[in-house]
Structures are given as C-alpha cells and as structure tokens.
Design a protein around this ligand. Structure first.
Ligand SMILES: CC(C)(COP(=O)(O)OP(=O)(O)OC[C@H]1O[C@@H](n2cnc3c(N)ncnc32)[C@H](O)[C@@H]1OP(=O)(O)O)[C@@H](O)C(=O)NCCC(=O)NCCS
Length: 165
C-alpha cells in the first residue's frame, strides 16, 4: 500500500486512502481494520496469484446487516488493467458476501460513462437494474449512476458470469 501511495497512483487504492506514506499505518489501523471490526465492510487487496503482487483493491461498504445488503467497489492499477483482474475479484467477492458473508444483495454503482466498470459489472455476473439520474456531483458536473446487483435468492442465471471473450 505504501508503494502505491509513494508512486502516486491512486486508482488502485480505495476511496479515502492517504496521500502520504507516513499516514498509511494509521489509515490501516483506524479505517481499514476498524471498518471490518465495526461490521461496516472490508477493504481487500487484489493480489496476482503468480507473483503475490498487489494489483488493485476491492471492498464492501455501507453494509446493512438487517437488510442483508452491501455495496461493492474496486480499482486496478493502471499498468495491470485489461487482464480480467477486476472481473474475477468482483465475482469472487460478490459470491463470498452472498455465501459466507450471509448477505442477500450485493449492489454496485458505476458512473454511466465509466465503460470499463460497466463491463466489469456485467462480466462479473451483476445484473443491471436501472439508472439513478443526475445523482452524483463532481467538479461542478452532474452524473448518472448505473445500478447493478448480485442477489442470493435468484436463479443461477441471475448472477451468471458473462463469457470472457
Ligand atoms: C474499472 C477497472 C477496475 C477495470 O479493471 P480491469 O482489471 O482492467 O477490468 P477487466 O480486465 O476485468 O475488464 C475490463 C473490461 O472493460 C473493457 N474496457 C476497458 N476500457 C474500456 C473502454 N474505454 N471502452 C470499452 N471497454 C473498455 C475491457 O475491454 C474489458 O472488457 P472485455 O474483457 O470484454 O474486453 C479499472 O479500469 C479501474 O481501476 N478504473 C478506475 C477506478 C474505477 O473506475 N473503479 C470503478 C468504480 S465503480
């Protein structure tokens, strides 16, 4: 994590991660571990099996245990994109949340202009439910968000992984 922060590539780091290496330890203790202990969600690293190298991050947040609902988000280092890592991780973490995690619904929001993320959601087995119009503001612009979900009670085809080309 410190290496990612030092390199200044924030895309593989979860939202809220520190901008300075000196703050990484505190962030891991106060935010990453605390999030898990509080039951709010988890921050996980996406690790390349062959090399043990961290290539990205994936997390669950805004977990509502009563409703059985959580939200997934992910990022992959720019140098490691297009290799299927986000798709594999989003599928695996979604299934894990619905089985071991006891969730009923894993939801995913993606800006409609984030073509790579929309494609990941589809390929990882999330079903598109609709569009939240003009729901997000950034830099004076307003954006639409696509809503996807993977659910525990659906038929197997509801969460099917799209064939990888
Ligand atoms: C979105 C993101 C995680 C994808 O990671 P990745 O490991 O490259 O994803 P995958 O390799 O599993 O799949 C990417 C898919 O998007 C497609 N894609 C990527 N850029 C694209 C573009 N500009 N136009 C069309 N398709 C695109 C790829 O071709 C691939 O689909 P394919 O297998 O059908 O060819 C990565 O781009 C990223 O970290 N972006 C910044 C953070 C972010 O936007 N996170 C999501 C927030 S909702």
């Amino acid at each position: 994590m410190a290496a990612f922060v030092a390199a200044g590539d924030r895309t593989a780091l979860p939202p809220g991660s520190p901008g300075a290496v000196a703050d990484v330890d505190g962030w891991l203790a106060d935010k990453v571990h605390q999030r898990r202990l509080d039951g709010e969600g988890v921050h996980l690293a996406i690790v390349e099996q062959a090399t043990d190298k961290i290539v990205g991050s994936i997390g669950l947040r805004d977990t509502d245990w009563e409703a059985g609902r959580t939200e997934i988000g992910y990022g992959v280092h720019t140098s490691q994109r297009g290799r299927g890592y986000a798709t594999e991780a989003a599928h695996a973490v979604g299934r894990w949340a619905l089985t071991d995690g006891g969730m009923r619904r894993v939801q995913l929001h993606s800006r409609v202009d984030n073509v790579a993320s929309l494609r990941v959601a589809e390929k990882a087995g999330y079903q598109r439910e609709g569009t939240l119009r003009m729901v997000e503001q950034e830099g004076g612009e307003t954006y639409d968000l696509a809503v996807f979900s993977m659910i525990a009670t659906g038929t197997p085809t509801d969460n099917e992984v799209a064939p990888v080309r």
